[in-house]
Design a binder for this molecule. Structure first.
Ligand code: FE
Length: 218
């Protein structure tokens, strides 16, 4: 299948090389922005501030704090299960892209993977801006048709009996994966636990290795 050669984790495609859609999209966005600024409908400084906020101040460290709290506070985990939007707001995170959050928990025999097949909906308040692979056509298509294949390419190998649940985000509902707390972290502080939680583990394209096995190769 000659049209199927993109690999969702291939970072050389970042920025749209090799595909016409992202660069065309970037041009269209630029044209639209210029027009809005020219007509005085948006302030370029305000746009810069929004982008700066999502690039630097809001990011996966927010989601990591949610995960670490869920790992250490059973009452918080219950609230997260019951109403993730509110539980996430308790930690100060919310707003655009996070109005209707659902937390999906990995556990023994269950692995969750998040995608947006339609476009690139992503839980901005807890994860920041989506990585290029999340927006790629290959990931969006194959996360649904071949989730195990996609996971294998990300280096995630699951036992044959593990159930893979794929969640399709929309502009309405967005998902945060609560990865499994790695063994060997008993008694760790919330800060230390949060530092273990990677962005990809909260999308479902990575597992969190046991701390002692880190550095011995993945
Ligand atoms: Fe989308």
């Amino acid at each position: 299948m000659p049209h199927d050669h993109d690999h969702p984790h291939d970072h050389t495609h970042e920025g749209g090389g090799g595909q016409t859609l992202p660069s065309d999209m970037a041009l269209r966005v630029k044209a639209l922005e210029s027009l809005l600024v020219e007509k005085g409908l948006v302030d370029p400084a305000a746009l810069d501030a929004i982008i700066e906020t999502y690039e630097r101040r809001i990011g996966p460290r927010n989601g990591a704090r949610v995960v670490a709290r869920a790992w250490t506070d059973p009452a918080y985990l219950e609230r997260l299960r019951a109403d993730a939007t509110s539980a996430i707001a308790e930690l100060g995170y919310g707003g655009r892209g996070g109005e209707h959050m659902v937390a999906v928990e990995n556990g023994p025999g269950v692995h969750n993977l998040v995608v947006c097949t339609l476009c690139s909906c992503y839980p901005w308040p807890v994860l920041g801006l989506p990585p290029a692979w999340y927006k790629s056509n290959a990931y969006r298509a194959r996360a649904v048709s071949d989730p195990r294949g996609v996971l294998a390419e990300f280096g995630v190998s699951l036992t044959a009996t593990t159930e893979v649940r794929v969640w399709d985000s929309t502009s309405e509902v967005r998902y945060l994966v609560i990865p499994e707390r790695p063994a060997g972290t008993g008694g760790w502080s919330e800060d230390d636990l949060a530092a273990l939680v990677s962005r990809d583990s909260m999308v479902g394209t990575a597992l969190i290795p046991e701390p002692r096995s880190r550095g011995r190769g993945a």
